[in-house]
Design a protein around this ligand. Sequence first.
Ligand SMILES: Cc1cc2nc3c(=O)[nH]c(=O)nc-3n(C[C@H](O)[C@H](O)[C@H](O)COP(=O)(O)OP(=O)(O)OC[C@H]3O[C@@H](n4cnc5c(N)ncnc54)[C@H](O)[C@@H]3O)c2cc1C
Length: 305
Amino acid sequence: MADITILENVPLAGYSTFRCGGPAKFFAEPATGDEVARLFRLAGEMNWDVFVLGNGSNCLISDEGFDGLVIRIGKNMSELSSEELEDGRVKITAGAGLSYARFGNCCTELSLTGAEFACGIPGSCGGAVFMNAGAYGGETKDFISKVTYWDGQAIRIIDGSDCDFGYRTSLFEKLNSEGKTAVILGFEAILSKGNKDEITAKVDDLRSRRTLSQPLDVPSAGSTFKRPEGYFAARLIEDAGLKGFALDDSGAQVSPKHAGFIVNNGGTAKASDIIRLIDYVVEKVFENSGVRLEKEVRLVGNFGG
Ligand SMILES: Cc1cc2nc3c(=O)[nH]c(=O)nc-3n(C[C@H](O)[C@H](O)[C@H](O)COP(=O)(O)OP(=O)(O)OC[C@H]3O[C@@H](n4cnc5c(N)ncnc54)[C@H](O)[C@@H]3O)c2cc1C
């Protein structure tokens, strides 16, 4: 078996849509599930911590970086294929490293309906399953029929109905938060055919709604906070007077366009500037409304405390 390239001291800012954060001590981009398994075995032998990174569109990476092995599931695992089923529906098979927008676009090209929202989400297919990414009433769980993942011992395939999907969570996210290994390698999705013009119109409509309401030209990780039950995070932040707010001139700012996004204006902020602003927003919103916002953005590496 060929060796897997493991790079050292790889800057991670370019692998995060926040455009900040320090280096990975070790970094590898596997091409198969077997390579993922081998990397985990090596990390076990070397006593390295492991972090699995997708497209980095929901991560804030510490300024110190990650003192271990970052396994990036990206272009090397981005296969995509489709198969028409007997009942007329279509099964799409996607590698975890495929861009989720590319998956959404493929559904549009094949006149499949239900994944229109995916076209605007800048993550990977693996990250979308992990987070049960969703927008405008659609969620990843709506069409996932099977997920293939590495559980630390073996490569397993489970049904979508066993993935324990919830709001921005999944079985894989839950296993991860319990300190267990769950690396998504790919999924199968089953979608029905629809009217291509209507599907394209919906994709265009969602895209223009995003462009109008979200700061897509400034580095961020999308919505910084989860939607608290019965509220909208952006509204709570606005009500606390924080829309457009910055603590300093670091670049970390509550977006003046969408208060639910904390942005790295000019790309000059450090992760420490961003986390300080996040914590400030949480406190001020709590003081103002009694609601404690919970981060949707995932912290990678050491943020102290
Ligand atoms: C401009 C912008 C708009 C956004 N809009 C939306 C939106 O509308 N809806 C929405 O839900 N999200 C949105 N997001 C957030 C983000 O795109 C999603 O959460 C996305 O699913 C994250 O995928 P990723 O590959 O970038 O994951 P990453 O950020 O790389 O990782 C996120 C988490 O998933 C884990 N992970 C990633 N890949 C794997 C894998 N293969 N196996 C196991 N674990 C894995 C990581 O360990 C990490 O804990 C937006 C982000 C931006 C920047």
